[in-house]
Design a protein around this ligand. Sequence first.
Ligand code: MTE
Ligand code: MO
Length: 403
Amino acid sequence: MAIDEASYDERRLAQWLSRRGFLHLGAGLGAAAAFSGLGGPSASAQAGSIVKPLPPGLFIDHGTNAEMRWEAMRGMGFTVPNDRFFVRNHTKTPTIDVRTWRLRLFGSGLHGGPVSFSYEDLLGMPAETVTEFVECAGNGRSLYTTQQGTPVPGTPWLLGGIGVARWRGVRLSTVLERAGMTSAAVDVMASGLDPDFLEGQVNHGRVRRPLPVDKALCDTLLAYEMNGETLPPDHGFPVRLIVPSWTGISNIKWVGSIEVSATPLFSPWNTRFYRLFGPTHPPGGSAPLTTQVSKCAFELPWNAQLTAGHRHVLTGRAWSGKGSVRSVRVSTDGGSTWRQARPLGRDRAWLQWTYTWCPERPGLHTLMAAATDNTGVTQPLQVPFNEFGYLFGAVARHPVAVT
Ligand SMILES: Nc1nc2c(c(=O)[nH]1)N[C@H]1C(S)=C(S)[C@@H](COP(=O)(O)O)O[C@H]1N2
Ligand SMILES: [Mo]
């Protein structure tokens, strides 16, 4: 990737540390405690957050969020169809009239004043298609609790807070150029048109998160199509950002405005949330999250039932925000022995693989699959705790019952 993430992280961390003194954002344990209401029982009271049907065979319902069931991807193609792609909403999917909708760009990083584009304006610009994953930073969060014994608040995702789609749209760099971005711009911040996000009594405003200009110009897309269809309401209609490899929150949906700034921008989504807090992280929290970690999932339900004495072709997918996945190893005995899985193809967004298993003994078994990324790094068996339960990158222990 062209952008130097390490130096971005350092710069951001320094900026954050110098500001937080007067922002009184109460980061750390208090923040996690205040956040704990989200995704709990109260969240399911917010029915109607998601527009599309959520059949229980395809989704695990988490209130305002819906997780893809991995078993529903078995036998499917490379991309996740729109009707089974996970949804992560801070509040609810808005209804947007595209005839009156405008994308407004403004800020100190533009030559002139604010600039607006209509939907037709965007459709008329050079289009590009990319195949990329969108993955929630909290994907796998429940495993901090069940596998590592360290409970964390927030939506208890298993591994289905991810999807890969073919996104078509206009490069953000094209839009920024046409809006008159200057070389002094350092950050751009897209803002969603969904309702303000409330955390208890605190109104955090529109969902928005700064993106450094380097990443915005490198490979970020303003997408208006998903898998060949008009972007569905739940996934950001009329336009959303696709920020390849970066954490889910970067991919702002229902974009209404983009601030282009010659000075660094801040929002709760790069100061309070989406950073790592905890004993093994810097005292004020880590730099804002950027790339996702590597993960691997079986296309099987949790506690799947398999018959003893039969050959089972296990299937799964592996992905990494650090690049592509080079190989996958599988253990069917809880991690004592490992063998290579068979890769299918060499696609980048994720790697599909198969592994043939003939369980002999009935009983409870633990399946494990570990991804090795293209830099040669393999998923660890355990990852350090963080208070919001982000970036669970350890090998998942998948329980199955052999009967
Ligand atoms: N405007 C807006 N954009 C948003 C969100 C949101 O709640 N509002 N959720 C973010 C998060 S946390 C994730 S993981 C992804 C989820 O995208 P999806 O719902 O299309 O799967 O959207 C991101 N973009
Ligand atoms: Mo997310």
